[in-house]
Design a protein around this ligand. Structure first.
Ligand code: SF4
Length: 327
């Protein structure tokens, strides 16, 4: 099946007074129609910057896309004008964020904020847009839609606000929904409801989802395909079943070991030793070498490339390069 989105060798950097932060460095990833792809990693791994690069939000955040391409259907998003990108953002690609409150205007009623994009992008009149807004709010599982539409954001719970954001995001029938940590700020029960909602909306519409998360529980629930990011690079990617059953990269193995499981005491929980490296102090080594129990001499001097490992995975680790050499 032809890919909906193809990210090819994307490099997004931020120049600071202290030096250049290579927030996303040579990332390639594909999303097929109807597929849910999760990017997982610790904070600072580059997963949100990858999403922002797709949305064309890098310059306003002070960064620059230095290289690569982001092909959405037949268009390279990095080559579009501001207006063309704005049209795609409203119609074909939508995004929801961790903190719905930061995306909503606190002094405008919910209805105004849902109605306005419907009038702008779908060219609906005010009355028709209000009717459609009520339908959308019902579709995301809010039963008192007629009352909620006249409420202000501060009158709603975090879970309700995230549902409103999802209603706004799906209002134009996007082909791709990017969800950046959409459940992180919510309590566990509401998290599960929002994930259920995303899954059922995807089932109804056939849209693809790019889900950014640090939570492997969310990955297990949602993903068809997973990319594990570390210090701006993809270190492992593959089908979700393969990654969970047989992780290859030592970082992925560490993440899976540190995932809480039922009946496990908190103090038995594994945590990967050490810290993510300072992005201003990256060298030519494997970026994970300081934290890796299997580190070899070559890992300290040379960076491994992402290579096929097994049937459906790729990993960037000298263990597999070495394996190939002596096979
Ligand atoms: Fe560990 Fe070396 Fe693999 Fe890096 S390349 S993850 S240091 S074994």
């Amino acid at each position: 099946m032809k890919e909906l989105l193809t990210i090819d060798h994307l490099r997004t950097f931020f120049k600071t007074e202290a030096g250049t932060v290579r927030a996303v460095d040579d990332v390639s990833l594909q999303i097929k129609p109807g597929e849910t792809v999760c990017i997982v990693g610790e904070s600072g791994s580059g997963k949100s910057i990858t999403a922002m690069s797709i949305m064309g939000l890098i310059e306003s955040a002070g960064g620059k896309v230095e290289g690569g391409s982001i092909q959405f259907q037949d268009r390279d998003l990095l080559k579009l004008s501001r207006n063309e990108l704005r049209t795609i953002r409203g119609h074909e690609i939508a995004m929801i964020f961790q903190e719905p409150m930061s995306s909503l205007n606190p002094v405008l009623k919910i209805g105004e904020q849902v109605i306005e994009p419907l009038m702008e992008h779908q060219k609906l009149g005010r009355k028709a847009a209000r009717k459609r807004a009520i339908e959308l709010i019902k579709q995301v599982g809010i039963s008192r839609a007629e009352q909620i539409i006249d409420a202000y954001p501060h009158e709603l719970s975090g879970g309700m606000l995230q549902r409103v954001m999802i209603a706004m995001a799906i209002s134009c029938g996007p082909k791709l929904l990017i969800a950046d940590e959409p459940t992180t700020a919510l309590d566990v029960t509401i998290q599960a409801q929002i994930l259920d909602l995303l899954r059922s909306l995807k089932g109804e519409s056939g849209m693809s989802i790019l889900l950014i998360t640090h939570d492997l529980g969310v990955v297990a629930e949602m993903a068809d395909y997973v990319a594990v990011m570390y210090a701006g690079k993809i270190v492992e990617q593959g089908e979700v079943e393969a990654i969970f059953a047989n992780p290859k990269h030592p970082y992925t193995k560490g993440l899976l070991r540190s995932k809480p499981i039922m009946n496990q005491l908190q103090d038995e929980l594994y945590s990967i030793p050490g810290q993510v490296p300072n992005p201003l102090e990256l060298t030519e080594s494997c970026y994970f070498h300081d934290r890796c129990e299997q580190c070899m001499a070559i890992c300290r001097t040379k960076q491994p490339a992402l290579v096929p490992v097994g049937e459906s995975q790729q990993a960037a680790c000298w263990l597999y390069e070495e394996e190939k050499r002596y096979a």
